[in-house]
Design a protein around this ligand. Sequence first.
Ligand code: HGY
Ligand code: MN
Ligand code: MN
Ligand code: MN
Length: 392
Amino acid sequence: MSAVSLLGEIADVGRDRVRGGYSRHLFDPAERELREWFTEQARRRGLDVETDRNGNLWAWLGEPGPNAFVTGSHLDSVPGGGAFDGPLGVVSALDAVTALEKPNRPVAVIAFAEEEGGRFGVPCLGSQLLTGAIDPARALALRDPDGVTFAEVTAQAGLEPGRDDEALGRIGTFLELHVEQGRGLVDLGSPLAVGSTVIAHGRWRFTFTGQGNHAGATRITDRHDPMLPAAAVVAAARRLASKVEGARATVGRLVPKPGGTNVIASTVDLWLDARVPSDDRVRPLVDEIAEAASRAAAEEGCEVKISEESYSRTATFDTGLREQLRDLLGGAPELPTGAGHDAAILAAHVPAGMLYVRNPTGVSHAPEEFAEDDDVERGARALADVLRHLST
Ligand code: HGY
Ligand code: MN
Ligand code: MN
Ligand code: MN
């Protein structure tokens, strides 16, 4: 079954990947059909599927062992996401492994848990736990929008999240294929590219507290409306990021409570996603946005609390692997990205790399995300070639 037809299947199975307003974690019953779909497809290919202590799904060709070639991506999604971000890397890996004959090293396909952080707020949660990049105690205390803790869902799934030296120690090479989240390949006129770097990115929660009140009876001069400083943060994020080379700052999630049309909010929570190509420029940008927030809160007689929820440093993919990939792909271009990936988390621990497949719309994290069938097949074939060269 080709990568294109697998993609069609996964789109049907995973249609509810974004049900409930946030992406479903692989532990959630709503994701069970995705987990079962992955397991079924892997088993049909003679792979043995196991779930590691952090909920990442591994499908092994032969015995798990040292110096394994591991390839894959994620199955979870952002709310309202596209059909390619994550699944393209998983189905291409299943397709590539199927084509492999007599590898001389262990080979595995992996689907990482909670890459988007759409449920528990921390991106690449499965790979961060695997590598020890996040303290398991902090992860277990994370709550989803319904207040359910990561501890509850992992206990229910019989897992004990934490650094997994045995699993990490098996990885000799990790390669993630991913739809490009931007227009780089369109502008270069190339179907594929090799990943070079991933920019630093983090998430901060701002909680503004004012005075809930009546929208009609409360005079403007008597108000303490937390929506005002919240609005100031949204505007400051764009204004201040546009002054920093390559920076991005986004407020995509803003929750006023209680949320009535005729009610002045008592609190507003918003989440800031800030990214800059260089590590040392992210927090200064966030500090400037935080100053604007405090000023606006003080003017409105509101309080503000700010907490850092996640941070991932810039990542550079393994130079040796990048050269091999560029050679094997006939001199494919290299591409830096502003999008985070599990491969970037692994890159601090094992030789890791990425392959990107052209996205003609350049849009991602939205239904318009796209890859032509020909490019999907080119990507799967390129991954199969790399796999054959590096494991036979
Ligand atoms: O948010 C990101 O950069 C990625 O899509 N998880
Ligand atoms: Mn994504
Ligand atoms: Mn992704
Ligand atoms: Mn990824």
